[in-house]
Write a protein that binds this ligand. Structure first.
Ligand code: PSU
Ligand code: MN
Length: 307
């Protein structure tokens, strides 16, 4: 599919037309969530992992005002290395297009664009959510409200532990977003295996999750997202004591450095990467690769069953 607003890479368009499994991937993690130069290597590894598990990767971003579904390697390199790549949530897409900007899409905008093209599964690291001081700042990621009205399955490791996890889960309930733990009823805490919050539902295989997706389509009751919360094994999580110390320090840094709005998430992620001497980066990469693999398996199970 080619039009001036959205360009879909041939390989992705062919897979969609054939009903073959496609996994959407976001570009904000690449441009704003991971440090350079590792970000480009990781972006390529995420795509390769999707391929290794039987699906076609479609990394989404904006190049010169056009939304691209399935960035090619030159475009991916550009978004990973160029200065001035904008962070685009849904509300930014049209304004950025008219300005012919280059931009990276968040969970919200990636989901919205992917669902519009009929992509059924999306892999990311951790969702945005309600920030800890939201009672004063009203800072709640547009990821939540967008997922409340976007029919797509999102594989993630919960929400970033820098957030108010309990409040985020309450908002997901209000917004009608389904949350299913993968092999667990304990909601994962991104860098940590367990956030301390319990879930009502779990599933143990990609086939079970494909059945949930089929039931959602058959019911067609409410067009919200399905979140698959995939925890890291405990042996791979960040040391919880180190995690809590670095987080406390990062939250204090926000106030000290006057960080607000959409700069908050990249600031805290960068703080973690620096203060754990790269340990949080290793964990972050592991999270994304595991989610990419599971997303590809779910997409494959769903599209095989539907065929
Ligand atoms: N999770 C990560 N790294 C990231 C993000 C999430 O591990 O970079 C990004 C996602 O793109 C998510 C966004 O949609 O942060 C949320 O930003 P905000 O809180 O400003 O809505
Ligand atoms: Mn925000």
């Amino acid at each position: 599919m080619t039009d001036s607003a959205i360009r879909c890479r041939d390989e992705v368009a062919a897979a969609l037309a054939a009903g073959a499994p496609v996994v959407a991937l976001e570009s904000t993690i690449v441009s704003h969530g991971l440090p350079r130069p590792q970000n480009l290597t990781v972006a390529r590894r995420i795509e390769q992992t999707v391929r290794d598990h039987g699906a076609v990767p479609a990394t989404i971003g904006m190049i010169d005002g056009t939304l691209v579904v399935g960035l090619d390697d030159a475009e991916l390199t550009h978004l990973a290395t160029a200065d001035g790549v904008a962070k685009l949530s849904v509300r930014d897409l049209a304004v950025a297009a008219a300005a012919r900007a280059d931009g990276a899409t968040t969970v919200a905008s990636t989901s919205a664009v992917a669902a519009r093209l009929g992509i059924t599964v999306f892999a990311t690291g951790g969702l945005g959510g309600v920030h800890r001081d939201a009672q004063q700042t009203y800072d709640e990621s547009a990821d939540l409200t967008t997922l409340g009205q976007t029919p797509i399955t999102v594989v993630c490791a919960g929400v970033k532990s820098i957030l108010d996890v309990g409040a985020t889960l309450e908002r997901l309930e209000t917004l009608g977003v389904s949350v299913v733990g993968y092999g667990t009823r304990r909601f994962p805490g991104f860098y940590l295996t367990d956030s301390g919050f319990l879930l009502d539902w779990s599933a143990d295989t990609p086939t079970e999750l494909a059945a949930v997706m089929a039931a959602r389509r058959a019911q067609d009751v409410h067009r919200a997202a399905l979140i698959v919360a995939n925890p890291l094994p405990e042996s791979e999580q960040l040391d919880p004591v180190l995690h809590d110390a670095v987080l406390t320090e990062g939250l204090a840094g926000l106030e000290r450095d006057g960080i607000a709005g959409k700069a908050v998430t990249p600031y805290l992620l960068a703080h973690f990467h620096e203060r754990t001497q790269g340990a949080s980066l290793t964990v972050n990469v592991e999270i994304i690769l595991r989610n990419a693999a599971l997303a590809a398996q779910i997409a494959t199970a769903y599209h095989t069953a539907a065929a």
